[in-house]
Design a protein. Structure first.
Length: 108
């Protein structure tokens, strides 16, 4: 299980990645993250994050009628969101290298 404080630092980038491939909605995002091993992720964590990303202009949303209930909010990534995702990936890869080096004892 990933500690919540550690997860909080990377969840925004992971959600942007999940939305980057296709328009999707909150429950689908939760399921996709769970499919990749984020077992502790719940909708109550994702929906406030989606709202923040939407407010920051990283995602855009639209309401779609549903045959089985209330309207569903679909999210897609914006150009600013894609740029932010690319920066996150670059930073993540850099962090991964230095953390792995530290744990392997491989000084630069």
């Amino acid at each position: 299980m990933i500690p919540s404080q550690m997860l909080k630092g990377v969840l925004e980038g992971c959600v942007l990645k999940a939305v980057s491939e296709q328009e999707t909605y909150g429950y689908q995002i939760v399921q996709e993250l769970k499919d990749y091993g984020f077992a502790e992720i719940v909708e109550g964590t994702i929906y406030p994050l989606l709202l923040r990303l939407d407010n920051k202009g990283l995602l855009q949303s639209r309401l779609v009628e549903s045959d089985i209930g209330p309207k569903r909010k679909y999210y897609s990534i914006t150009p600013l969101g894609r740029e932010t995702l690319n920066e996150f990936q670059d930073h993540w890869e850099e962090l991964e290298v230095v953390v792995n080096a530290l744990f392997k004892g491989e000084k630069k």
